[in-house]
Design a binder for this molecule. Structure first.
Ligand SMILES: *[C@@H]1O[C@H](CO)[C@@H](O)[C@H](O)[C@H]1NC(C)=O
Ligand SMILES: *[C@@H]1O[C@H](CO)[C@@H](O)[C@H](O)[C@H]1NC(C)=O
Ligand SMILES: *[C@@H]1O[C@H](CO)[C@@H](O)[C@H](O)[C@H]1NC(C)=O
Ligand SMILES: *[C@@H]1O[C@H](CO)[C@@H](O)[C@H](O)[C@H]1NC(C)=O
Ligand SMILES: *[C@@H]1O[C@H](CO)[C@@H](O)[C@H](O)[C@H]1NC(C)=O
Ligand SMILES: *[C@@H]1O[C@H](CO)[C@@H](O)[C@H](O)[C@H]1NC(C)=O
Ligand SMILES: *[C@@H]1O[C@H](CO)[C@@H](O)[C@H](O)[C@H]1NC(C)=O
Ligand SMILES: *[C@@H]1O[C@H](CO)[C@@H](O)[C@H](O)[C@H]1NC(C)=O
Ligand SMILES: *[C@@H]1O[C@H](CO)[C@@H](O)[C@H](O)[C@H]1NC(C)=O
Ligand SMILES: *[C@@H]1O[C@H](CO)[C@@H](O)[C@H](O)[C@H]1NC(C)=O
Ligand SMILES: *[C@@H]1O[C@H](CO)[C@@H](O)[C@H](O)[C@H]1NC(C)=O
Ligand SMILES: *[C@@H]1O[C@H](CO)[C@@H](O)[C@H](O)[C@H]1NC(C)=O
Ligand SMILES: [Cu+2]
Length: 567
């Protein structure tokens, strides 16, 4: 996988060309050309959307606190937007990227110069398309190094590599997407999972291209892991080696040594790998953690190979790690709930203690009646949907940010309930089917600048309980508590961790359980919040926070750039 660095020539030309670009003086500049490129996997070739012809796309290398410009050109036949996942973009939602939330899509032939403002993030993040389902192939890693004068809070690894988990359909992803919309049922499952774009040699026609990580005995490697899969949480392990987690979602963690990790779609995890075994070839492997009963999933296993340097006859096949069973909720939850912020003097944390806004958001998969005839492929001929507090989010046709900024009425409304509108045993078995349905609308939530938010996500067992990796744009939040069953507002807060909770931008709410997060609303703008399982996002498990401007000049959003894509 090729990374790339900005071209000084481009920066110079632009500097000479335009005084309106004075803001960009000195900023590193990158070019992303979105185009259709033929790729062969699993014995067949199809065109996929790529950035600069690469899949996975180019890795961006920055330092903490940098601001960069990415000039995005759409040379494909699909609308596109690019999101910088986990980058807070202080006061600058204009470049955040989710279509119809902060911008209209860049249409075929269009372009958009996106300013990406790094602030407190340090570690690994990623970028991906945020338009229809194009993120399946339009994604790449972002490496945020410590800034000048500081260093990693652990011994510097000898080498570092992005490890990007992906998901591959033999059919064009847009056909899978459109078919799901048309039938109203579940989308077709994928044909493979990928490690750095390759399925690995357990799949047909994949042996020679299997990703290989060359290591030397005694050295330490940092794997910058991204789960870019569309639909699934993943277990990951390396035969005979431990993995020591040191960061997640661009924040350092206390070192956590495990044989197996779980990573949610949207999440990033930095792990240290010590090459301390006999020189040989060892598999790294990943398959799903999928616990919803009655929901089919791609149960294949992707692999890559750790190849030690030296003269030896490698085991053939290499040793395969033992991964947990697909529905091993205990293994997944054990890992996710064991993450802790580093919370050191150099990397302090600030968990809000006095809470001004408390919300409980019930998150459900639902059904809606099929339009006109009753033959959709959801349960009982229904159309599948999903909701937050019984509101299934509908994308507007003008983005919410511009509608808010220019005061265009009728695009969204702020009536998302603060608490679930119906109280029932959310996680009970065999819930009555009248609970299946949901309202639809474009409902958001306003927050005053500098308010302190506690948000409890309550999973439900409507249709089938499953995990939901909830992602918030514009912020990282502290995960102060979680558990199974129904959240208890009296007892559960007493068990919160306010000392070293992990600082995440994506958190998997456990199956038939709850997760409590806290954040200070100090980044004004329009910030999408959604499940990072792609079908749940499409079905409407989404909302947005509109964080209002504060009183001081630097508490207000910047004005928009001149080249916002038109609606
Ligand atoms: C970028 O888009 C603008 C506005 O549509 C257009 O004027 C300009 O020519 C485009 N630039 C390139 C290099 O395509
Ligand atoms: C770090 O900053 C110092 C002082 O500002 C400077 O002398 C040094 O060259 C910088 N190092 C790098 C790698 O940029
Ligand atoms: C989805 O799967 C069905 C059943 O195997 C198949 O008929 C259909 O062509 C598939 N659709 C796409 C877009 O691959
Ligand atoms: C993995 O970690 C455990 C517990 O720290 C330790 O006992 C074991 O030796 C380690 N294994 C390897 C291969 O490093
Ligand atoms: C995966 O699913 C297929 C089809 O349902 C089944 O035949 C196969 O046994 C499963 N494989 C594993 C490893 O569970
Ligand atoms: C996991 O799946 C297996 C096989 O389908 C089943 O026997 C077992 O009860 C399931 N475990 C849980 C915790 O659901
Ligand atoms: C979580 O997993 C670790 C390591 O496998 C184990 O030591 C610990 O007991 C588990 N904790 C729970 C609550 O299951
Ligand atoms: C009725 O259902 C069929 C089969 O799913 C579908 O192809 C057709 O478009 C539907 N008709 C309308 C008017 O929605
Ligand atoms: C489907 O319809 C049957 C009969 O009306 C009902 O018993 C069942 O609960 C329904 N299932 C769902 C998932 O709505
Ligand atoms: C809710 O449902 C769960 C699962 O069936 C059950 O264990 C629990 O006792 C129920 N809670 C209440 C308050 O009824
Ligand atoms: C935000 O609130 C905190 C705590 O009340 C206060 O210390 C801080 O000054 C406020 N910040 C701004 C910009 O208002
Ligand atoms: C592409 O975006 C434009 C502008 O929002 C919209 O009108 C059009 O319907 C979109 N096309 C598709 C295929 O979604
Ligand atoms: Cu979900």
């Amino acid at each position: 996988m090729m990374g790339f660095r900005p071209s000084c020539a481009t920066a110079l030309i632009l500097l000479v060309l335009s005084s309106t670009l004075a803001l960009s003086y000195g900023l590193a500049r990158y070019t992303f050309v979105v185009e259709e490129t033929p790729y062969t996997r699993l014995c067949s070739t199809k065109n996929i959307l790529t950035v600069n012809g690469q899949f996975p796309g180019p890795t961006l290398y920055v330092h903490k606190g940098d601001t960069i410009i990415v000039d995005v050109y759409n040379k494909a036949n699909y609308n596109i937007t690019i999101h910088w996942h986990g980058v807070k973009q202080p006061r600058y939602p204009w470049s955040d990227g989710p279509e119809y939330i902060t911008q209209c899509p860049i249409r075929p032939g269009g372009n958009f110069s996106q300013k990406v403002i790094f602030s407190t993030e340090e570690g690994t993040l990623w970028w991906h398309a945020h338009s229809d389902w194009s993120r399946a192939t339009v994604h790449g890693a972002i490496v945020v190094y410590p800034n000048n004068g500081s260093s990693y809070p652990f011994p510097k690894p000898d080498e570092e590599f992005p490890i990007i988990l992906g998901e591959w359909w033999k059919a064009p992803i847009m056909e899978v997407y459109y078919q799901m919309l048309q039938t109203g049922g579940d989308p077709n499952i994928s044909d493979a999972y990928l490690i750095n774009g390759q399925p690995g040699d357990l799949y047909p026609c994949s042996k020679q291209d299997t990703f290989k990580l060359k290591v030397e005995k005694g050295r330490t490697y940092m794997l910058r892991m991204v789960n870019a899969a569309m639909q699934e949480l993943m277990f990951f392990s390396i035969a005979k080696h431990n993995l020591t987690v040191v960061a997640s979602d661009g924040s350092y963690t206390k070192p956590l040594t495990r044989e197996i990790i779980t990573i949610s779609p949207g999440q990033t995890i930095d792990v240290l790998l010590v090459a301390n075994q006999e020189p040989d070839n060892y598999y790294m492997a990943s398959h799903v953690y999928a616990s919803a009963s009655g929901v089919t999933f791609d149960n294949t296993t992707t692999t890559a190979i750790i190849e030690y340097a030296g003269n030896y006859t490698p085991s053939s096949p290499p040793l395969l790690p033992l991964l947990p069973y697909y529905n091993d909720t205990a293994a997944s939850y054990n890992f996710t709930s064991s993450l802790r912020s580093l919370a050191s003097a150099e990397h302090p944390i600030k968990v809000p203690r006095d809470i001004t806004n408390k919300f409980i958001f019930a998150i459900s998969v639902n059904t809606l009646p099929c339009e006109v005839n009753n033959t959709c492929q959801g349960p009982n001929g229904s159309r599948l949907a999903a909701s937050v507090n019984n509101e299934s989010f509908v994308n507007p046709s003008i983005d919410i940010l511009e509608a808010y900024y220019y005061r265009i009425n009728g695009v969204f409304s702020n009536r998302l309930p603060n608490f679930p509108p119906y109280i029932f045993n959310f996680t009970a078995d065999n819930l009555p089917s009248y609970l299946d349905t949901t309202k639809r609308g474009t409902e958001v939530k306003f927050l005053k600048f500098n308010s302190t938010v506690e948000l409890v996500f309550q999973g439900t067992n409507i249709l089938a309980g499953t995990e939901h990796p909830m992602h918030l744009h514009g912020y990282s939040f502290y995960v102060v508590g979680s558990g199974f069953g129904n959240y208890d507002p009296q007892k559960d807060p007493m068990k919160y961790n306010l000392v070293d909770p992990p600082h995440q931008n994506t958190i998997a709410v456990p199956k038939n359980g709850w997760t409590a997060i806290r954040f200070r609303a100090n980044n004004p703008g329009v910030w999408f919040m959604h499940c990072h399982i792609e079908r749940h996002l499409t079905w409407g498990m989404d909302t947005a926070f509109i964080v209002l401007n504060g009183k001081l000049p630097d508490n207000k959003i910047w004005p928009p750039p001149p080249d916002m894509p038109p609606c």
